[in-house]
Design a protein around this ligand. Structure first.
Ligand code: NDP
Length: 234
């Protein structure tokens, strides 16, 4: 069955792999971007998730083309690392605004469509550092941990309407986001990963697709690690 799927930040990196996985399964896929345009065959809508008006306009555009959004993947995210004593308030808030408040804006608009449909799948891309923390990433880890409480609250609020709300916590995935880390830091991270390698974006996409599938119909409020085992015990 073809569904209307929206992936924020689906123009590149993990979001693109997620969007492509849904597209390969025959869904109608829309992705948000901030000016780069969309990959071939996908509907691209311009949207900065820090702007509520842009979020509303993006949903309106997607729903005019594909119908009410049935699967939403809140994937857009940023890092802005720094040690606590050097982390300015703006630097903290900027990351929380994009990663956590951005997901709130997206989920709220998605919920209004899903409630009318009496079904829906919300999937939030968090991170393994939500659970373990990471030096220099207090803002990022806080925003990603916040997503877990947020998603679980929605699981409780919306479950009776056939809407599931789940979180995926990827470990280290080679994308533009992680490219900026030093070689030394990359090796340090790799040394902690039982599987001894980074994730492929496709491997994150696989978990997301499963959460949106019929077979995951009874899964809600879950936190699914795709992290090579690095988060075990958290
Ligand atoms: P990239 O840096 O490759 O891509 C980030 C995406 O988010 C881009 O599409 C970007 O859009 C979009 N984005 C950023 N800020 C905004 C905003 N304010 N409004 C709308 N879109 C925005 O990152 P990844 O693909 O690596 O990461 C995707 C998600 O996965 C993020 O939430 C990240 O935190 C999470 N994650 C990544 C891990 C990794 O190792 N890479 C590990 C764990 C989690 P644009 O192209 O316009 O900039």
């Amino acid at each position: 069955m073809t569904r209307s799927v929206l992936v924020t930040g689906g123009n590149r990196g993990i979001g693109l792999a997620i969007a492509q996985a849904f597209q390969a399964a025959g869904d109608n896929v829309a992705v948000t971007h901030r000016g780069s345009g969309a990959p071939d065959g996908m509907l691209g809508v311009r949207c900065d998730v820090t702007d509520p008006d842009q979020v509303a306009a993006a949903f309106d555009e997607v729903e005019a083309a594909h119908g009410r959004v049935e699967v939403v993947v809140a994937n857009a995210g940023i890092t802005d690392d720094g040690l606590l004593l050097r982390m300015g308030e703006q630097q903290f808030q900027r990351v929380v605004d994009a990663n956590l408040t951005g997901a709130y804006r997206v989920a709220k608009r998605a919920a209004s469509s899903m409630l009318r449909n009496r079904k829906g799948r919300m999937i939030f891309i968090s991170s393994t550092v939500a659970l373990s923390g990471a030096p220099g990433q207090a803002n990022y880890a806080a925003s990603k941990a916040g997503l877990i409480g947020f998603a679980r609250s929605l699981a409780r609020e919306l479950g009776s309407r056939g809407i599931t709300s789940n979180v995926v916590t990827p470990g280290f995935v080679a994308t533009d986001m992680t490219e900026e880390l030093s070689e030394e830091r990359k090796q340090q991270i790799l040394d902690q990963v039982p599987l001894g390698r980074y994730a492929e974006p496709d491997e994150v996409a696989g978990a997301v697709r499963w959460l949106a599938s019929e077979s995951a119909g009874y899964v809600t409020g879950a936190v699914i690690p795709v992290d090579g085992g690095v988060g075990m015990g958290h």
